[in-house]
Design a protein around this ligand. Structure first.
Ligand SMILES: [Zn+2]
Length: 251
């Protein structure tokens, strides 16, 4: 769907079908169709991968041993350590920043950009449990407020967006179009927000070591710097480089 209005129209039409079946064929047919419509929509909503209602880029085309590293949930206290590790490995990354954290630590945002990394929009308050359930007005507020804050740091506002935990809704894509943003997913993620041994976290990322893959790690957790250190060491030892992606392209 290209606009919020079209999305509302689609959702209305999808609910007309069970209503008509209920009227023509009775309660069981209407109820079962309504349940099928809602389960399908819920599946699209809670799937962090690309769906027809929410196209999401999960890899880039690349020929050499280049990988796109993305780092979520900053800026925070370990950002300087992250920047030092990336510099040591001559690696570039996209930092998906939370708007209110960026407003609180503008020095860290400037340090990220000064080091040649990109920043992406990760919503203003990071409502990871409920962003997907928000209506279009609340989602727009999260996206646009973060975009306004991050846009103050560079003449070129962010072009990439990532929903908290990757969960959006059918309204998310039309809202991103309004803000000229593209949804960036991942090829593999470490699930590194919970205490987990580093070898286990690396094992989750390693199968995605291929040209153009997008890796997702977090910052702000006890394991975060150690994981980044181990990941960059492994990538470097195997000849992989972490580079920024080409400009946003159609899905
Ligand atoms: Zn996040």
């Amino acid at each position: 769907m290209k606009t919020v209005r079209q999305t509302w129209l689609l959702l209305t039409l999808l609910h007309l079908i069970p209503a008509i079946l209920f009227w023509k064929m009775g309660f069981p047919a209407g109820f079962l169709t309504l349940a099928a419509v809602h389960l399908t929509l819920l599946g699209f909503t809670l799937c962090p991968r690309s769906t027809p209602l929410r196209p999401t880029r999960r890899y880039f085309s690349a020929t050499g041993r280049t990988i796109c590293l993305t780092i979520d949930d900053g800026p925070c206290a370990d950002t300087p350590a992250f920047l030092a590790l990336l510099a040591a490995h001559r690696a570039k990354a996209i930092f998906f920043l939370i708007g209110e954290r960026a407003a609180a630590r503008p020095d860290l945002v400037r340090a990220i950009l000064a080091a040649g990394h990109q920043i992406g929009n990760h919503t203003h308050t990071h409502p990871e449990k409920c962003f997907w359930a928000y209506g279009p007005a609340a989602q727009r507020r999260e996206i646009e407020t973060c975009q306004e804050i991050l846009g103050q740091f560079s003449a070129r506002p962010p072009i990439w967006f990532r929903a908290p935990a990757g969960f959006g809704s059918p309204f998310t894509h039309p809202l991103l179009r309004e803000s000229h943003l593209h949804c960036l997913g991942w090829t593999a993620r470490a699930f590194d927000t919970r205490p987990t041994p580093i070898p286990v976290l690396l094992a989750r990322l390693r199968p995605a070591f291929r040209p153009g893959a997008i890796l997702l790690v977090h910052q702000g957790h006890p394991v975060s710097p150690a994981l980044l250190r181990a990941l960059l060491s492994e990538l470097s030892s195997e000849g992989w480089t972490c580079e920024l992606p080409p400009p946003a392209a159609p899905y």
